[in-house]
Design a protein around this ligand. Structure first.
Ligand SMILES: Cc1ncc(COP(=O)(O)O)c(C=O)c1O
Length: 394
């Protein structure tokens, strides 16, 4: 079977050198989890934290920690990756949803204020696709009520706010190092805390099981290296059980620490992250300028911030022409966003304290959002084809 060339919606490089380091770590060599954690903490102005086997597990730990014995409730955005629902269910916390503003992709401050006044015990903010949320505005609200902010920086690599990388602003911040994130180690995540007391408490709670050698992470890394490129991607994309490019709900798992292989591979990714993110940022800003004003999303950035643009989100109207445009866009790496608002996700419904006050922005995003690729594997012919798609379809 001859593979048809197909672009990836999102990509971050994993090198042979990283895989070799991962392999020697599986065999027991050269792993320094504390040194890596210190490197991540210093990059994000944090006091320390924990390495986990995934970003979802990091969020699960952060939510459980912030919710306290009363199990929350925790404020979540009504439009976000379904892994937020997985983490909330895994942490066994109650949930209140706030709406998302399509102009900023950040919180709709009216609904957020309402659910904080209704008793939220912590606020989760998500830098969707790397577009910065105005965390200082959320922090001001959180401070009024004395509750913490959890900053989900899983998609935020390369973004900047108030002169510091995204992931440096919440009381707790979580990160993902899986496939398709801005800094990839084929898996893994981390939760960082700003206060020394929180770091000590997180460590004392021992909520994460052992991480192990990570042979599975290494194999995933090798598969990512072989199949995560336009010449081969159509092969895994054609396998329905891999659900590539789809948003599906995953049941939660008990939290584990990151593996030795992930630690070694992530150390290599950190060496390259700034150069790679700068290129993604430039490409995203270029697409944002090219997209017509009516199709722009998240274009109102907080003052003094820059978006990381893991992908460039934009709006493609609902209806038959959307299906046709997406069919044409898919081989170019153009992909739909999350198909449902969290407000409409059946598995999350039992955790909701009350039905969402308002989720019109979230539902609008679920019906219309698509993303353009910004990664390094785009070649001149991809750029030309994507420009044509933007001109014809948006
Ligand atoms: C915003 C957000 N949070 C958390 C996660 C979970 O990360 P992981 O895939 O490493 O479990 C993701 C993953 O896509 C995400 O997009």
């Amino acid at each position: 079977m001859i593979a048809v060339r197909r672009q990836l919606p999102v990509h971050s490089r994993l090198t042979v050198a990283q895989l070799v380091r991962g392999a020697s770590a599986v065999l027991g060599a050269g792993v320094h989890p504390d040194r890596l954690l210190a490197r991540l903490a210093s990059r994000h102005s944090a006091a320390g934290g924990l390495g986990t086997a995934s970003g979802t597990m990091a969020l699960q730990v952060a939510m459980r920690f912030a919710a306290g014995p009363s199990r929350g409730p925790i404020a979540l955005p009504a439009y976000a990756c379904y892994d937020l629902a997985t983490a909330a269910i895994g942490a066994d916390v109650r949930v209140l949803l706030y709406d998302v503003d399509p102009q900023t992709l950040g919180p709709d401050m009216d609904t957020l204020r309402r659910i904080v006044a209704a008793g939220a015990r912590a606020i989760v903010v998500v830098h969707q696709y790397g577009v910065p949320v105005d965390v200082p505005a959320v922090r001001a609200l959180a401070d009024e009520y004395g509750i913490p902010v959890i900053e989900d920086a899983a998609q935020a690599v390369g973004g900047v706010l108030e002169g510091r990388p995204l992931g440096s602003h919440g009381d707790l911040a979580i990160f993902s190092f899986g496939r398709g994130k801005g800094m990839s180690a084929a898996g893994g995540g981390a939760v960082l805390a700003r206060a020394h007391a929180d770091v000590a408490m997180l460590a004392a709670l021992s909520w994460t099981g052992p991480g192990g050698a990570g042979a599975g992470d290494l194999l995933r890394g090798a598969a990512q290296w072989i199949l995560g490129r336009p010449s081969t991607y159509s092969l895994p994309a054609a396998l329905p059980f891999l659900h590539l490019g789809e948003t599906i709900y995953h049941a939660p798992q008990p939290a584990r620490a990151w593996s030795r292989a992930v630690i070694a591979m992530l150390d290599g990714a950190l060496d390259r992250v700034d150069a790679e993110s700068a290129r993604r940022r430039t490409r995203g800003a270029h697409w944002q300028g090219r997209v017509p004003a009516r199709a722009r999303l998240g274009s109102h950035l907080p003052a003094g911030s820059a978006a990381g643009y893991l992908r460039l989100p934009c709006r493609l109207a609902a209806g038959a022409r959307r299906e046709e445009a997406l069919a044409l866009g898919l081989p170019l790496g153009i992909a739909p966003g999350y198909p449902k608002a969290l407000a409409d996700l059946e598995t999350l419904a039992p955790s909701l304290v009350s039905s969402p006050a308002a989720a019109s922005g979230a539902r609008e995003l679920a019906a219309t959002l698509v993303t353009l690729p910004t990664h390094d594997l785009l070649m001149a012919r991809d750029l030309t084809a994507i420009e044509r798609w933007i001109d014809d379809r948006l």
